[in-house]
Design a protein around this ligand. Structure first.
Ligand code: SF4
Length: 330
């Protein structure tokens, strides 16, 4: 997966670093002072991640937790996301990371205690706040290496009024299964109907593998949620989403979901030009997008509303309650 490792000098004796390095005994390790002396210093084409991906082990400086935009999460509490990594091993064609950073190289941050200290400060003011992992990277894909889940579970066990969301497309649930499920820690899976997942969710586990992982976690007592986002409204999207809800119902996965978000695909101009360069044959280019007033490239508002309402109604018909459903980023 990786071609070399960059390690910050201050982390040389960190126990998690020893664990990670042991998994890659033949990789060259470059010791540096700070990751951003090297990471992203020169533009590296996104698709070079396929043959030349570096792993940076670092400490995040500056703001570790950020307030999430409106309509990011479920419910009326305050929502924050925290930054545990930059970039991702998967390759979804619509991923905004391809236009966000100047490099696809992966950074894993290991200063989780500092993130938790910031969470503690926020909870003094906002005791019911939500904290989301997975904004700049998948939250489970490397969790067997990075080892931070137990740190967060311990913290949220002692703060039962606050919430943690782990957003993922991964089926790497080994580290999770070793932990005691908590009702305030929600593992949320991003799902697309098989037709779309096979075309645009490159390198990710298949839909059936994700559903299997969800069923396993559910049977162990983990609290789950789903993101139906981004919806790509191909001509017969309704039948594909009906099929997806049927598969979820067949596995008894709908009734206990904490929430289901529904959102349509959207891009900044930078990301769209990367999508054109990286995936010129993508089904995304057959879509009728417009540049909206907020400068985002997305479906025209009436069609967006139609798509969102169609999937919302399908969810209700499949047995979801209204209070489980929300529109994301609308
Ligand atoms: S799983 Fe998420 S972060 Fe990773 S490539 Fe796909 S959209 Fe991007």
């Amino acid at each position: 997966m990786f071609s070399q490792i960059f390690l910050e000098r201050a982390l040389v004796d960190h126990p998690q670093v020893h664990h990670i390095l042991k998994q890659f005994p033949s990789l060259p390790v470059n010791v540096i002072d700070h990751y951003d002396e090297v990471w992203g210093k020169f533009k590296k084409p996104y698709l070079l991640k396929r043959e030349n991906l570096s792993l940076f082990l670092a400490q995040k400086k500056g703001q570790l937790i950020k307030l999430a935009p409106d309509a990011y999460g479920h419910g009326s509490e305050k929502h924050y996301y925290f930054i545990h990594a930059y970039n991702c091993i998967y390759e979804c064609e619509y991923c905004y990371l391809q236009g966000y950073f100047s490099t696809p190289d992966l950074v894993v941050f290991l200063n989780h205690q500092e993130i938790i200290s910031e969470m503690e400060m926020i909870l003094k003011e906002e005791p019911n706040a939500w904290f989301h992992a997975g904004e700049f990277s998948d939250s489970l894909a490397l969790s067997h290496l990075t080892g931070e889940l137990s740190v967060y579970f311990n913290f949220f066990k002692s703060h039962p009024q606050a919430y943690l969301e782990l957003r993922t497309k991964s089926v790497n649930i080994k580290a999770l299964k070793a932990l005691e499920p908590l009702q305030n820690v929600i593992v949320s899976f991003s799902l697309s109907p098989e037709y779309m997942a096979r075309r645009v969710d490159r390198k990710t586990p298949s839909l059936s593998a994700r559903l299997k992982a969800m069923a396993e976690l559910s049977s162990l007592g983990f609290k789950l949620a789903i993101h139906l986002d981004p919806i790509i409204a191909v001509d017969d999207f309704e039948s594909h989403y009906l099929d997806l809800f049927t598969q979820l119902a067949a596995r008894n996965l709908l009734q206990n979901l904490a929430y289901v978000s529904i959102g349509v695909v959207r891009f900044t101009e930078e990301v769209m030009s990367e999508v054109k360069r990286n995936y010129p044959d993508s089904i995304l280019h057959a879509q009728n997008f417009l540049k909206a007033q907020d400068n985002k490239i997305k479906y025209p508002a009436p069609y967006r509303k139609h798509v969102l309402n169609t999937v919302y109604e399908l969810g209700l018909r499949a047995g979801l309650r209204r209070d489980q459903l929300y529109f994301c980023m609308e």
